[in-house]
Design a protein around this ligand. Structure first.
Ligand code: DLL
Length: 435
């Protein structure tokens, strides 16, 4: 239990942060080189030895790791400690190919819990809070991560896991949950369900810590208004530990990366070249304190911008923007790059709820984009001609945003399946047509 706003670390000077990173990187590279033959081979192929890495200025000399490497090295190939020193595994939610399995020593779990405790504190949490965790538990890192952070802080932790919305709301009312942790899509669903049951005045929530999937500023506003809370973003990935790699503070303008544990770079996803601060590109992480599964220069595929602009909360750790898409889930439709977040922005700006699905098909060798959007009960009671006017209006707004035509279908309330974890927003059927 303790105070997890750690100003001596989180508000350290840039020089101090750099000094920690330099020292930890040098040690980590040597450890990995000596203990992970898979990465040593990659370094040798690039003609790099630990002697070439004397500070973070040399980071760019190291080879990248990708998800393919993790699959090739599955399950033990990237372990840097003996398996007997590991106490836990977690795994990605990926459904295709071989799963990614990450290992943790007790030290790794302690650091991870600390990162999540910092996130809860940055959202206004204290030991007096009741932290309602409805991220999934088990192999997914969401539940265990926030659970660990809440314990570390000494808050009362409700390990709800996902699903059973009725029980979630009941516990929220009965036990006075003050901080909600779940995916933003589930938060939106909970907000809708709380409203329908007319129990909004019985809940004591003050903040939410939402992540694991992309969500827009418009969706944040909607959740904040509906639940009467402040909604904070949290980011992370299984390969680098889980949630808490970065988190939002009171400014709500990007997420501070825990730079005492992770070095972030932004690269051009096509050339691999490191980009200067402020440029948009793919986020790459090097974990400098992890023992069991320390990945060096891991390409996340998330597209972001980093900023060292002074933050009003006092924290000095670099901030990453909300991921603006993934270099691998950007859709190319009729040759045009389309990010699902652009579509969400249009829908939310037009006042639609965050229940939508993007369906891509190929007919006669031509890509077709369809956006199915759920109507609110009020909209649903409109006349057919009114609804078709609304569809036309959305088609025009999407055309202005994306530059291409999208068919819009307004569907009845509650017809799009709700997610209790990460929402399935995109159904790309084009692969089905490939021979
Ligand atoms: O989603 C870890 C997590 C759990 C983060 C709970 C936050 C809260 P994975 O399942 O390995 O881990 O998925 C990692 O999810 O590379 C991003 O593409 C996406 N992602 C995670 N957080 C955010 C976020 C967890 N705040 C992948 N905004 C990452 C947008 C996010 N995308």
């Amino acid at each position: 239990m303790g105070n997890y706003f750690q100003p001596e670390i989180e508000c350290a000077s840039q020089e101090q942060i750099r000094a920690w990173q330099d020292e930890r990187l040098v040690k980590q590279v040597r450890r990995v080189y000596e203990n992970v033959p898979y990465y040593r081979k990659k370094m040798e192929e690039k003609g790099v030895t630990p002697d070439n890495i004397r500070s973070t200025a040399d980071l760019h000399k190291l080879p990248f790791l990708t998800k393919d490497d993790l699959r090739d090295a599955y399950p033990y190939g990237l372990l840097a400690t003996p398996l007997k020193d590991c106490v836990r595994i977690q795994s990605t939610s990926g459904t295709t190919g071989r799963r990614v399995v990450a290992f943790y020593t007790q030290h790794d779990i302690d650091l991870w819990d600390e990162c999540c405790a910092r996130a809860i504190v940055a959202a206004g949490g204290t030991k007096d809070d009741v932290v309602h965790v409805c991220y999934g538990y088990g192999l997914f890192t969401g539940g265990p991560g926030l659970n660990g952070g809440s314990h570390k802080l000494g808050s009362l932790t409700l390990p709800m896991s996902s699903g059973n919305t009725e029980r979630q709301i009941q516990f929220m009312c009965d036990l006075g949950s003050t901080i909600l942790c779940c995916t933003p899509s589930y938060a939106a669903y909970l907000a809708e369900s709380i409203y329908e049951r007319g129990v909004r005045d019985q809940i004591k929530l003050k903040a939410g810590i939402f992540g694991a999937e992309a969500w827009t500023e418009e969706m944040r506003q909607d959740i904040q208004d509906k639940l009467g809370i402040k909604a904070y973003d949290i980011y992370g990935l299984t390969e680098i530990s889980g949630p808490g790699v970065s988190f939002e503070c009171s400014e709500q303008t990007g997420m501070h990366i825990n730079e005492d544990h992770f070095i972030a770079e932004i690269i051009d996803p096509n050339t691999g070249e490191v980009l200067p601060e402020g440029e948009k590109g793919e986020l790459v992480f090097t974990s400098i304190t992890k023992e069991a599964f320390p990945l060096l220069r891991y390409r996340t595929r998330d597209i972001c911008v980093l900023s060292r602009k002074k933050c009003s909360c006092g924290r000095t750790h670099v901030k990453m923007s909300k991921p603006m898409g993934r270099s691998d889930d950007m859709l190319i439709i009729k040759g045009v790059n389309v990010f699902p977040s652009q579509i969400e922005t249009v829908l939310m700006n037009k006042g639609y709820p965050a229940n939508y699905q993007i369906i891509v098909t190929r007919e006669n060798n031509s890509d077709q984009l369809e956006v199915q959007v759920e109507m609110t009960p009020e909209l649903f009671s409109d006349s057919v001609s009114e609804i078709s006017k609304k569809e036309k209006d959305l088609i025009n707004a999407l055309k202005a945003m994306l530059g291409i035509y999208a068919k819009v279908t307004l569907v009845a309330p509650k017809t799009i399946t709700r997610s209790e974890g990460k929402a399935v927003r995109v159904i790309d059927k084009r692969n089905l047509y490939q021979s």
